[in-house]
Design a protein around this ligand. Structure first.
Ligand code: SF4
Length: 322
């Protein structure tokens, strides 16, 4: 009787006929994959290094608490920071912190096993916020607002207890862009998620070293490194619908209009307050003529020249510099 494996096995003739070509093709593919993977690792290191430098995120003697959720982005953040620490001319410490919120089926042993194998200092904070959220929030209402508020408070306390000088989060370029459009579309504000800012309790500096990194790159990196991903839907909550729509809009733009999303991201670091309408950012009330020509002055009825944006070197115009 034939077994399934017999049906899948090539005939002896086929093996002989394929024998000389197969290894050559396989080796070439493996070499190409290794080259691409190495290029991705280099790009991530370069972009994270550049963001750290541009915003002075990490200084000599810092103790950086890396918040590790078990998602692809936080794994990538920790991995790249560990690489950069080995090469950095400054000395800083890394402590990985995971908050076990006691969600049903949370695999509590996955992160400690991964971190112990890496030899990274870590702390797991056990706090049952899941029960609190379930008790307080009405059935059918979104739980994320309360859950994140509780998480934030706990992480700040843990940062204090660990003596952390910086709290590093795994938000990337796509998170920054999505937040920018969410605020604009639904909040009437021109603001996003900053690469570095004081925490709302005024006691910590929060940093986002993946600020220049595309989500597609953290996804691919997570696949390559085979990070032990912990699914983020254990709490049973739905992903924010508005964020989902914005994500789809940006993906669509990127497909249909290559370069548009890069240009938008670039614009976030090239703000011209005199050409917006915020009276707190520019002194329209006191504006007087100076008699001096100024490049950024009004050009009256002329159309604004729509020049090619100055993309941040090595960060956004990546297709050109890779
Ligand atoms: S998805 Fe679940 S764990 Fe994440 S913030 Fe919302 S309620 Fe909390």
């Amino acid at each position: 009787m034939l077994a399934a494996s017999d049906l899948l096995a090539p005939s002896p003739e086929a093996v002989v006929a394929d024998a000389p070509a197969a290894p050559a093709v396989g080796v070439r593919q493996a070499e190409k994959a290794a080259y691409e993977n190495n290029k991705l690792h280099k790009r991530l290191c370069r972009q994270v290094g550049q963001a750290i430098g541009d915003f002075n995120m990490i200084e000599n003697g810092d103790r950086v608490m890396v918040c590790l959720s078990g998602g692809k982005d936080s794994y990538a953040l920790l991995d790249i920071l560990l690489t950069l620490r080995q090469r950095a001319p400054i000395d800083f410490e890394i402590i990985a912190v995971n908050l076990d919120q006691k969600q049903p089926n949370f695999p509590a042993d996955v992160l400690p096993a991964y971190l112990s194998k890496l030899g990274v200092k870590f702390h797991v904070e056990n706090q049952d916020t899941y029960s609190i959220v379930k008790r307080v929030v009405e059935e059918g209402k979104t739980t994320c607002a309360l859950c994140s508020r509780l998480r934030r408070g706990i992480l700040y306390r843990v940062a204090d207890e660990l003596g952390a000088t910086k709290i590093a989060l795994g938000h990337h370029r796509d998170d920054i862009l999505e937040t920018f459009f969410l605020n604009m579309f639904f909040g009437g504000k021109l603001k996003s998620m900053p690469p570095k800012l004081q925490s709302d309790d005024g006691k910590h500096i929060v940093i986002r070293p993946l600020a220049y990194v595309k989500e597609a790159d953290t996804s691919r990196y997570a696949d390559i490194k085979q990070f032990p991903i912990i699914p983020c839907d254990l709490c049973g909550s739905q992903e924010n619908l508005q964020r989902k729509q914005i994500k789809a809009m940006l993906r669509d733009w990127d497909k249909k209009h290559p370069g548009r999303v890069d240009s938008i991201f670039s614009s976030l670091s090239t703000v011209v307050p005199s050409h917006l309408l915020d009276r707190n950012l520019f002194g329209f009330q006191d504006l007087q003529v100076t008699g001096d020509a100024m490049a950024e002055g009004d050009i009256a009825f002329d159309e604004e020249p729509c020049s090619t944006p100055t993309l941040m070197p090595g960060v956004i115009g990546m297709r050109a510099v890779d």
